[in-house]
Design a protein around this ligand. Structure first.
Ligand SMILES: *Cc1c(COP(=O)(O)O)cnc(C)c1O
Length: 710
């Protein structure tokens, strides 16, 4: 490969190929190979092999190639790479040998694959990234389509006044595992869409995700006006006008990119409504082939799948009719529809008036729709019954398929070694079989506990090293060094909370009765400490207010240095936090949390959840694998609900959690606690891994769509 202007020694000349396939990121042997190449640089680059290979000199690579142990390790990794990435021996081809030439096209506004490719903001992106990785592991005939945002999502800075600042940095393409798609030498593939009064162009970037490919559109190309070049500059910034332009580019430009690349998908999966304009482009294609609108629509319906992700009404994009009319002027003629018939496809009453709603469009035209947990399924069927007024709520065709997490991405390599020891070396392939997880019973308490202590120490070291680096670089002042986790006590019961700071997530719920919390934080024998992280959307001032409130607690010496707020939450930090704290807290105002996935990451690493019975936890909680805050009910009175839930948290901490954690035997092992940890893994790992989820999507959505069943 020609991405590096240096020569790689023959013995290790496939390192660039490895660095440019994100497969390395979820394969412990491959991660360890890069770490071994230069450990300080590995840490300093936040685990970015492309950047490392840019920065290492030819002499350094020469030295590595003369190190026999390193070369053996390299050869082992490349053998595994060829087995896992180049071969077709996987679940889907083995189960459905006749369906291998089908193609599933998966569209998402964001993909959270690795922190070195920061084109995600939160849960939706992480789910897309995990979906793509598992599609690779299971060998699905799968291709992803999204955006390359040259400035990514914002980096968070929290100055000592606590009000979040958003910093945008240009992504350094040379340090990012992406490459442009070329039609021929020196000629990049560019696709175009008509946006109101002119064509707008996009370059197409290619990302290798194990066996599968992801294509990312980027409008920063010479053919475009400066204003259009900015179209894909940043994720989730800009007004509604910008958003509709992005969504037209993703939906329509994405279909064109796949066609230009030669793909003929038989399944079109819209992850969220952002990409739903693709349905209109597909219908138009069919009408151009000579079908009537009705026949074209029926065809597209059979082959399309839609996933809705939030029960919060404002989370569903809707555009004013005049804006849609402007951008789609004449499109209705292409479909053989009138203007009004066209608008009716997305028509919906918003709080601010009649508008064109992307979720309505997707629900009306996609043959199959799903929500992301069972409770979210129920809420969605109620919420969208209006699309099927003739059906009873229970018959509304939105099924619940509960989210999962990609286990190899989110488990520490130490814990996966431990699983290999007790569950068998191929446990990843059998991850959705509850029987193998029963073997955790053979694992001695001591081993599980020591593993946890190691991960907790790694978290504390990570936070300290990070604070030191930022202090030395002049990025952070002394207050920020202090609030960023450097005062945390490795022996204290540590509660983690990290997510997007939207108000319904109630990040400050645990501070509701400050005296009661303070008593626990300041207990000298059995101290409790809290570590927070998360970004608020740049336009969400109430969310930023929550961050400031918590930041001020972190600064306050009255809370004894027992509260930390770590700035700039991302996937890299999420791994350390979900693996290294003692307990994972989640306090959404039920039933707003569609699923949630960070709690699953914690659970499979043996970190029990303390969570509201919302989203996935309604299904995950079994009475012995963590704790449920409040009851399995919904409230109308928020004030009352907040009080009830806060009381429940205090009571659980005071009466159950703190005593259990600090009750140690002669070997200083908290036996009861370790039992909860073990049960957390045993019960949750087979249920909330991505393999279970992808098999369900395949069997319930993809296969019927491939077959054109309806
Ligand atoms: C897992 C993850 C999320 C999603 O977590 P939720 O529990 O759904 O809030 C968001 N951001 C990052 C960086 C993550 O790793």
């Amino acid at each position: 490969m020609s991405f590096f202007d240096k020569k790689f020694p023959d013995k290790i000349d496939r390192l660039p190929e490895l660095a440019y396939n994100l497969w390395w990121s979820w394969t412990p042997e491959a991660r360890n190979l890069f770490k071994r190449l230069d450990t300080p640089m590995w840490r300093q680059t936040q685990h970015n092999p492309v950047q490392m290979l840019q920065e290492l000199t030819e002499e350094q690579l020469e030295v590595a190639s003369k190190n026999a142990a390193f070369v053996r390790h390299y050869e082992k990794v490349m053998l595994l790479f060829d087995q896992k990435v180049k071969s077709n021996n996987a679940w889907f081809p083995n189960t459905y040998p006749d369906l291998q030439n089908q193609v599933i096209a998966y569209f998402s506004f964001e993909f959270g694959l690795h922190s070195s490719l920061p084109i995600y903001s939160g849960g939706l992106g992480i789910l897309s990234g995990d979906h793509a990785k598992e599609a690779s592991d299971l060998g699905l005939p799968f291709v992803g389509v999204g955006f390359m945002y040259p400035q990514g999502y914002f980096r968070q800075r929290i100055p000592s006044h606590g009000w979040q600042e958003a910093v945008y940095q240009q992504i350094n393409i040379n340090q990012t595992p992406i490459a442009p798609v070329y039609l021929e030498e020196n000629k990049e593939l560019h696709v175009s869409v008509y946006l109101g009064d002119r064509n707008v162009y996009a370059r197409v970037w290619h990302v290798h995700v194990g066996r599968i490919s992801l294509y990312l559109l980027d409008t920063d190309v010479d053919e475009n006006d400066p204003w259009d070049r900015e179209l894909s500059a940043r994720l989730y910034s800009g007004d509604s006008e910008m958003r509709i332009r992005q969504e037209i580019m993703l939906g329509i430009g994405g279909v064109r990119a796949l066609r230009a690349l030669g793909f003929k998908p038989s399944v079109w999966h819209m992850n969220e409504g952002h990409s739903a304009f693709l349905l209109l482009e597909l219908i138009r294609d069919k009408v151009r082939e000579g079908l009537s609108y009705e026949d074209a629509k029926a065809y597209v319906t059979k082959h399309s799948v839609f996933t809705t992700h939030t029960p919060v009404p404002a989370g569903h994009d809707a555009f004013a009719f005049d804006v849609v009319s402007r951008y789609f002027n004449g499109f209705w003629d292409d479909l053989g529809l009138t203007h009004d018939e066209f608008m009716a496809l997305g028509e919906h009453q918003e709080t601010w008036g009649q508008a064109f709603n992307m979720t309505i469009l997707a629900l009306k035209l996609a043959g199959r729709s799903n929500a992301v947990s069972q409770l979210h399924g129920k809420v969605s069927r109620e919420m969208w019954q209006k699309v099927w007024p003739e059906k009873a709520v229970d018959d509304v065709p939105i099924v619940g398929i509960t989210n999962g997490v990609h286990l190899p991405t989110w488990m520490s390599s130490e814990i996966s070694d431990l699983y290999a020891k007790y569950l068998g070396p191929n446990w990843v392939e059998h991850q959705d079989d509850p029987a193998i997880w029963q073997r955790l019973g053979d694992m001695p308490d001591q081993e599980l506990w020591n593993m946890h202590l190691l991960l907790k120490r790694k978290l504390m070291n990570f936070l300290r090293a990070r604070a030191r680096r930022r202090w030395v670089a002049g990025v952070n002042d002394a207050t920020q060094v202090m609030t960023g986790g450097t005062l945390l006590d490795p022996d204290a019961l540590t509660i983690g909370f990290a997510r997007r700071f939207a108000t319904y997530k109630r990040a400050d719920l645990i501070f509701r009765d400050l005296n009661r919390l303070e008593t626990m934080l300041l207990d000298v024998h059995r101290p409790v400490q809290l570590v927070f992280a998360g970004k608020a959307h740049p336009a969400d001032d109430p969310g930023k207010g929550l961050i400031q409130r918590i930041y001020n607690f972190a600064k306050s010496n009255e809370l004894g240095g027992r509260v930390a707020f770590v700035e700039d939450y991302d996937m890299h930090m999420a791994r350390y936090l979900t693996q290294g704290v003692d307990i994972w807290l989640n306090t959404p105002r039920r039933p707003r949390e569609a699923s949630g996935t960070s709690g699953m990451k914690a659970a499979v690493n043996g970190v029990p959840n303390l969570s509201i019975l919302d989203g996935w936890w309604v299904e995950g909680y079994n009475g012995a694998n963590g704790w449920a805050i409040g009851k399995n009910v919904d409230y109308d009175d928020h004030e009352y609900q907040d009080n009830e839930d806060a009381n429940s948290i205090y009571k659980l901490l005071e009466e159950e959690i703190v005593p259990l954690y600090y009750t140690r035997d002669g070997d200083n092992i908290p036996r009861g606690w370790v039992e909860v940890m073990r049960e957390s893994i045993r019960s949750n790992a087979p249920e909330f891994g991505m393999a279970r989820m992808i098999k369900q999507y395949t069997n319930e959505l993809y296969i019927p769509a491939m077959n054109g069943d309806i």
